[in-house]
Design a protein around this ligand. Structure first.
Ligand SMILES: [Zn+2]
Length: 424
């Protein structure tokens, strides 16, 4: 049973139940609070999204696929540990059944960690591949995906290549643990802060271009209007780029990414090809809200706090769990323990998702307000959100629990009502 593996014996079955009860109570109270928020549902009739049967089918299939894929990924990590794959791989890279380090918390040498980490990440990538294929088939079936098989394979290889960046981080964790078995989490956290900043700074410059081609917006009346809007918003040296999203999908989107010198607003070419001008300006007004209010920084600060909480919890939980499995691993520093570490990280990310989603919804609502204040395009903004429901098949009324857990934006119905009721 999964819970027996996840929680150490010292936590006790009754305490686990109490924790779960608190968590459910928190969700229910959160749901109550959200549903109690006043929403203006006044003149919605002409802005009522027409949700077709095909759209409903898409929403249900995508929700089921996403949830099953998340569970499948967790199951993969657990099976890798439970079926002894982790032990066999460790023995193979050590070429010796008895660890050289026995109970000494030495960091595993790179010649062992690199092949072990490579093998683990490759197995997980192959394990999760069927759901990536299924996701592509669903998008193709509903006419959203433009991706060729070659492009899909290239993306999967890229994803795997990028995931290898984790290997030096694993080694750093082992090294810190060997030097400071009690305070490793604190040093690790302090070390992660600049790394997370670097990741945010470098991602748009070096990683995103591996997937997409970015170009400056071509000279046009639209660009002039966007530039004027940026000046109105107090953005003087903005980087506004166009992304070649249409090579992969027909879905419409725009986003803000990067910090400092790499901060940029990205408009997908699908948005330029699909949306009328007033809706494009409404999109840009919203994105400029993210840019001016520095929401990327807010997200970064939350990630730093989240990482600190996880590492602190891990410093308490990892040794207890390793002790419980003392017959299989020699301690937290044992390579074979790594899948359990990743499983706990995945569970932590899943459990903190309602909080992260809530923070995201608050920032999205602020960006909506900023955009409406800047552009005054209430009608175009409302129609933009109607379009997301009718054209992109986004659910205007997602199930409450799914929305609370994974909803990064207010629901489309809330956003339409907000756009119509907002006054400058
Ligand atoms: Zn946004």
């Amino acid at each position: 049973m999964a819970t027996q593996v996840i929680f150490p014996p010292s936590l006790g079955r009754s305490n686990v139940k109490r924790l779960l009860l608190c968590f459910v109570l928190w969700l229910v109270l959160g749901a109550e609070w959200v549903s109690a928020q006043p929403t203006n549902t006044a003149p919605l009739a002409q802005y009522e999204p027409h949700v077709s049967a095909r759209a409903i089918a898409y929403q249900r299939i995508v929700s089921a696929e996403s949830l099953t894929a998340a569970a499948w990924s967790l199951l993969g990590l657990w099976l890798f540990w439970k079926l002894g794959c982790s032990l066999r791989l460790r023995n193979r890279v050590q070429r010796n059944r008895i660890s050289e380090s026995a109970s000494q918390p030495n960091p595993p040498p790179l010649r062992q960690l690199l092949p072990f980490g490579f093998g683990l990440l490759l197995t997980l990538a192959l394990w999760n591949l069927p759901f990536h294929v299924l996701g592509l088939l669903i998008e193709k079936h509903f006419g959203f995906s433009n991706q060729s098989l070659g492009g899909f394979i290239r993306d999967q290889l890229l994803n795997f290549g990028v995931s290898l960046v984790m290997l030096p981080l694993f080694w750093g964790g082992y090294w810190l643990y060997s030097r400071s078995p009690h305070r490793w989490w604190l040093w690790g956290w302090l070390g992660l802060i600049p790394l997370l900043c670097f990741q945010m700074l470098l991602y748009p410059l070096f990683i995103a271009p591996l997937y997409h081609h970015f170009t400056p917006l071509p000279e046009s009346p639209l660009k002039q209007k966007i530039t004027r809007l940026a000046e109105q918003a107090g953005i003087t040296h903005s980087t506004i780029l166009q992304e070649d999203t249409s090579r992969r999908t027909r879905h419409v989107n725009a986003y803000v990414t990067g910090i400092g010198g790499s901060a940029r607003i990205v408009l997908n070419d699908t948005a330029i090809q699909t949306l009328p001008e007033d809706q494009l300006l409404a999109v840009m007004g919203h994105e400029m809200g993210h840019y001016v209010e520095k929401h990327v920084w807010a997200g970064l600060i939350s990630s730093v706090f989240g990482a600190g909480i996880f590492l602190w919890l891990a410093s308490w939980l990892f040794p207890k769990l390793a002790k419980r499995h003392a017959k299989r691993v020699s301690g937290v520093h044992d390579l074979a323990y790594l899948p359990l570490v990743l499983l706990m990280l995945s569970l932590f990310l899943l459990l903190q998702a309602p909080l992260a989603s809530y923070e995201s919804r608050v920032m999205e609502r602020r960006a909506d307000a900023f955009g409406l204040r800047l552009t005054g395009l209430n009608d175009a903004t409302a129609r933009l959100h109607v379009g997301f429901a009718e054209r992109d098949y986004s659910d205007p009324d997602p199930p409450l629990l799914l929305h609370l857990w994974f909803g990064t934006h207010p629901t489309l119905r809330e956003r339409i009502a907000f756009a119509l009721s907002y006054r400058r």
